[in-house]
Design a protein around this ligand. Sequence first.
Ligand SMILES: *Cc1c(COP(=O)(O)O)cnc(C)c1O
Length: 379
Amino acid sequence: MYQSFIPPKRLLMGPGPTMVHPRVLEAASRQTIGHLDPAFTGLMEETKSLLKYAFQTENSMTMPVSAPGSAGMEMCFANLVEPGDTAIVCINGVFGDRMKENVERSGGHAIVVEDSWGKPVSIDKVKQALEQHPETKLVAFVHAETSTGALSDAKALTELAHQHHALVIVDAVTSLAGVPLMVDEWQLDAVYSGSQKCLSGMPGLSPVTFGENALDKIRARGTRVQSWFLDLNLVMGYWSSDGGRSYHHTAPVNAIYSLHEALLMLHEEGIENSWARHRENHLLLVEGLEAMGLEMLVPAASQLPQLNAVKIPDGVDDVAVRNRLLQDFDLEIGAGLGELAGKVWRIGLMGESSRPENVEFCLSALRQVIDGGSITAAA
Ligand SMILES: *Cc1c(COP(=O)(O)O)cnc(C)c1O
């Protein structure tokens, strides 16, 4: 017969989702209330305010989209790209490719600036592209490329875009809470993230924030946003604080309870402390990996602390190692994606998963599996 699902006990050290703290899980299990109940409205306000803290912004248009990070991405592109707009899209991994798709599906014209996987976005190449395409309305880039572990300079890219009168769309899905992300100080125009990476919430929500210049562009649109669900004007009517909250969709009530708790925990820790913790555990991991003779994909200067891509040594069987880690150690690490498939492992140290004891456990498990034989590739 069918039975309730009991998940296996795992330690999640991949590209997300991460471990979720019992407080966050418990919050989700509390009784559901109506999404227009004044008590829930109060929770929505507090969630927005905690999100502003996480994003380091005063933007009033800051809220969680009721869907995963990919929906936050679509919301940014669907609202900010108008048919015929030129957008420069920086591609240095999997997620840049998706941004290009989004520009094109919104009727825009994408100019691609490519960097090799593992490198940050090149400021010089973006500068050249902006000079060659003065009609550019938007520059889109991934702050923290989860597919490679490379961090790009969001502040410098945004300054450059603004000098050329273009707005920026920033993918901060993996960067939020893991590395400094200063939405107001760096004047980022439109930013989206995810609940299940360094925030360590349950998967399924996408925090977004929009600055005044982005809102002006959206207000000045000559065409309707093609997506009804992601039309910012309609969604904001639901999340607005000025009394007129009206039914748009039913918020995932319990998921918001849990996001609120995760954000509360971030606030209690202090965001600077969260950044520092991610960095310390990353240094511990890299030291241990290098002591094993393994090599990181990304040079130290642009390594992400929360996502560590390490090269798989010659002759070692990628799939066999990951299977043994899962079966014998209940440990999940990430596989390489796209052109890095079979070439790297991606060890995540995000949010709750970023703890020194997890680093030690992962290093010890890897040592045992690699030294234990039977994982070398078949000749
Ligand atoms: C995970 C991720 C996404 C997509 O988020 P989902 O919640 O899986 O939809 C987008 N961009 C980056 C950089 C990511 O790491």
